[in-house]
Design a protein around this ligand. Structure first.
Ligand SMILES: Nc1nc2c(ncn2[C@@H]2O[C@H](COP(=O)(O)OP(=O)(O)OP(=O)(O)O)[C@@H](O)[C@H]2O)c(=O)[nH]1
Ligand SMILES: [Mg+2]
Length: 452
């Protein structure tokens, strides 16, 4: 956990602004003793902390690469918790490159992706969930996602996790005390106290999980793969959902061969929709390759939309057998304008949507069905940016709490209750990074962009 400041002996530098031309580019530097580096770069001293100073950025011969602003943030009052410099130069890739080369000559090295945030985490400036929220904010693709990221960055997610963790700790202490004094025959169940506290913990956890689930959906959304026999209107459905003629539509069976991907947004929920080649036996080698890719795409989808002509649903059983198992399926009975049917939705183990890709009737039913099955609530104001990792940790915490509850109910073995509570608390701690390992940190920060 938070290491001593100046844990890292080396200095890192990277552009903080995206590559390309612009009015201004910012280069950030973090590490020990940056005041002396600033002096060598500018031949100026007296940098007032956190003030913008106008200065030349000099090369090794003392001529100016550029003139701009330099800000000095002495440790520990900086993003990383180390000494930091921000250099604002003109937004030319060439100037940035020259400035970086000069910084490297002065002892800095290129920062790895996410290294600034990683240092911020290791120096205790941010916890892990907050550091991940920084990345989520930068990547957010919608206003809702940005707001959810901001809430997590401000620590709302971490705060909830800490509160739960604190309540768990108190409950553990209570249960463990009853083990220590078991000769006094404290009956856990009879008191009802443990049961009541466990119940309220489970409820709070469920609320948090739902808010995090919203956040994950805002960020990652879902992937739906459109599959089915040739000519049933798969590409027409993609076009209708996308609101544009993305795919070629003809009445020739076997029109689509390649995968076609559209990134869409249903009321704030990102949805990647993939159109595929029609599934049938035979076909030329191109079509067969298309079918192979279709199956592959389905395997990693959140949901398969099995499109069928509503007038020819006998193909259904054969089709269901072609689909990879384990991926949820929604059946789309298309061409209701030709079948004389009305738009509709039947919610079941395998739901059915009746629609017409051609007229658009029933399309909204499909969209709201997809949002519903993913647990997405469009109007929710309290989503917290979260990743799959966080949700998995929350679900595992729930599992251990549930086990503690079961032990309490059925065996009344205080040791087993206590052990499950301990395991539950450990899972929670993974979220904020109180319990982590190097591999996990490496994985998380590698996803960040360079300079963050
Ligand atoms: N009347 C009517 N025609 C439709 C509807 N959906 C698609 N079609 C027509 O059905 C034919 C096939 O449509 P596509 O979207 O190309 O079908 P596909 O499933 O992608 O076909 P392949 O790519 O060959 O597998 C085209 O002539 C479409 O205009 C619909 O809802 N109603
Ligand atoms: Mg097609």
């Amino acid at each position: 956990m938070p290491k001593a400041l100046d844990f890292y002996a080396d200095i890192i530098a990277a552009p903080a602004t995206p590559p390309g031309r612009g009015a201004v580019a910012v280069v950030r530097v973090s590490g020990p003793n940056l005041k002396s580096l600033a002096l060598r770069l500018t031949r100026k001293s007296d940098f007032k902390p956190r003030y913008a100073h106008y200065a030349p950025f000099l090369d090794e011969n003392g001529s100016a690469i550029d003139r701009g602003l330099i800000l000095y943030f002495p440790a520990p009052h900086s993003y990383t918790g180390e000494d930091m410099l921000e250099l604002h130069c003109h937004g030319s890739p060439v100037v940035v490159e020259m400035l970086l080369r000069r910084l490297f000559a002065l002892g800095a090295r290129p920062a790895e992706p996410g290294e600034f945030s990683r240092r911020a985490f290791l120096n205790g400036k941010l916890d892990l969930a907050q550091a991940e929220a920084v990345a989520a904010l930068i990547e957010s693709a919608s206003e809702e996602a940005a707001r959810a990221a901001q809430r997590s960055l401000e620590g709302m997610f971490s705060e909830r996790v800490h509160k739960l963790s604190q309540a768990l700790l108190e409950l553990r202490a209570y249960v463990e005390a009853s083990i220590d004094f078991s000769d006094q025959e404290i009956d856990l169940l009879a008191e009802g106290e443990v049961e009541a506290r466990l119940q309220s913990l489970l409820e709070d956890l469920e609320t948090l999980r739902r808010r995090a689930q919203q956040g994950r959906l805002l960020r990652e959304g879902m992937t739906a793969v459109i599959a089915g026999p040739p000519n049933v209107g798969k590409s027409s459905l993609l076009n209708r959902l996308a609101g544009r003629e993305a795919a070629i539509v003809t009445d020739i069976a076997g029109t689509t061969r390649d995968l076609l991907t559209e990134h869409l947004n249903f009321d704030g929920m990102p949805c990647t929709v993939i159109d595929t080649a029609g599934l049938r036996s035979g076909g030329d080698s191109i079509e067969r390759e298309g079918m192979r890719r279709a199956i592959q795409a389905m395997q990693s989808a959140d949901r398969i939309l099995l499109v069928l002509d509503c007038r020819q649903t006998q193909a259904e059983e054969f089709m269901m057998a072609q689909l990879p198992c384990g991926v949820p399926v929604t059946k789309v009975y298309n061409k209701i304008d030709l079948g004389g049917l009305s738009p509709g939705l039947e919610e079941a183990a395998t739901s059915v949507v009746y629609l017409s890709a051609k007229t658009g009737a029933g399309i909204d039913l499909l969209k709201s069905h997809l949002m519903h099955v993913m647990g997405f609530e469009a109007e929710r104001e309290d989503a917290l940016a979260a990743r799959r990792r966080h949700l998995e940790a929350l679900i595992r915490t729930q599992d251990f709490l549930q086990r503690a509850w079961d032990e309490l109910r059925h065996t009344q073995a205080a040791e087993l209750v206590a052990e499950n509570l301990r395991l539950a608390q450990q899972r929670l701690a993974e979220i904020t990074g109180e319990v982590t390992n190097e591999d996990l940190l490496g994985e998380i920060f590698a996803e960040f962009c360079i300079g963050k």
